[in-house]
Design a protein around this ligand. Structure first.
Ligand code: NAI
Length: 283
């Protein structure tokens, strides 16, 4: 049986993951703002440090896996973009950095980060905001989305999830992660009926937009189904999964972006591709 840590354990998909892991006999340390083994506010550096230290102490420096499900949605408000960046981006990458030695101590640890199909279906997310996040410049990322006015939180949400996806994919393949036996992957849900989505549906304007959003199979997903995907991605059967983004979204990503991916490396990027090919040192 394994030892796991789950952020966002008090609600929605994080909570469903905790239940499924415990049903299978695993030990789980939950982290949330309330109703969790470790109560910490992941929107602050102090809270994130407490979450890292509390986890390492609780698991005695050994983690078989982690699920990072804590997140905030694109609710209205001028302060929302900063909160989104702090929780959805910093609340993932700082924790993963802090937990990496404990994950490397396991034989084959697995990490599932909750991304979103907002990464590929939110239009006009500025590249500058994503770059600023990856460069750890939250102030700049906040400024960059200000011009979007009332839609700034939705743009910031898309930017936070793209940046965290890129961070995961860049790190997943490195000596520190893949080379240390850690599998790092993303689960990208579409609209899943959890308290996060219910809050959005309670606002008439947001509800209308959400209900109009194209979902080829129709309706919303449910937390239990997504938790099954996360638990599968933590299992031995997922040992060959590395740096992947698994979309579970009823078809919305394919509906909007069918021809964008997979795509061959364009000729102009061949020199860079060959450079990486020759210097990989893996395989
Ligand atoms: P939820 O709102 O039901 O649960 C999120 C949990 O994160 C809550 O327990 C909340 O207390 C915790 N959290 C938020 N801010 C925190 C903070 N500052 N410190 C500590 N904990 C904090 O949300 P849901 O829907 O289960 O979302 C899980 C993940 O999936 C999130 O990352 C979300 O962005 C993502 N997602 C959700 C979708 C949906 O339609 N529900 C769609 C795509 C992605």
């Amino acid at each position: 049986m394994g030892v796991y840590v789950v952020t966002g354990s008090a609600s929605g998909m994080g909570r469903a993951v905790v239940e499924k892991l415990r049903q299978r006999g695993h030990t789980v340390v939950g982290i949330d703002q309330r109703d969790a083994e470790i109560v910490a506010d992941l929107s602050t550096s102090r809270g994130r440090r407490a979450a890292i230290a509390g986890t390492l102490a609780a698991v005695d420096g050994h983690l078989d896996g982690a699920v990072l499900a804590a997140g905030v949605g694109p609710a209205p408000g001028a302060e929302r973009p900063r909160l989104i960046y702090e929780v959805n981006y910093r609340g993932v990458v700082e924790l993963l950095d802090g937990w990496r030695p404990a994950l490397a101590a396991a034989a084959e640890a697995k990490v599932v980060v909750f991304g979103s199909n907002a990464t590929t279906t939110t239009p006009a997310v500025p590249a500058r905001a994503i770059r600023a996040l990856l460069a750890e410049d939250i102030d700049k990322a906040v400024k960059t989305v200000r011009i979007f006015g009332r839609t700034a939180p939705a743009i910031a949400y898309g930017a936070s999830k793209i940046a965290v996806s890129r961070w995961v994919r860049r790190h997943a393949v490195t000596a520190e992660w893949a080379g240390a036996g850690i599998r790092l992957n993303l689960l990208a849900p579409g609209a899943i009926l959890t308290p996060l989505l219910e809050k959005q549906l309670a606002t008439p304007a947001e509800a209308a937009a959400i209900r109009r959003f194209p979902v080829p199979i129709g309706g919303f997903g449910n937390a239990g189904d997504l938790a099954e995907w996360a638990v599968f991605m933590l299992s031995d059967a997922a040992r060959f999964l590395c740096g992947s983004v698994v979309f579970v979204d009823g078809g919305s990503d394919a509906y909007f972006r069918a021809d964008d991916w997979p795509r061959a490396v364009p000729l102009r990027r061949l020199p860079g591709y060959l450079r990486r090919f020759r210097s990989s040192g893996v395989g």
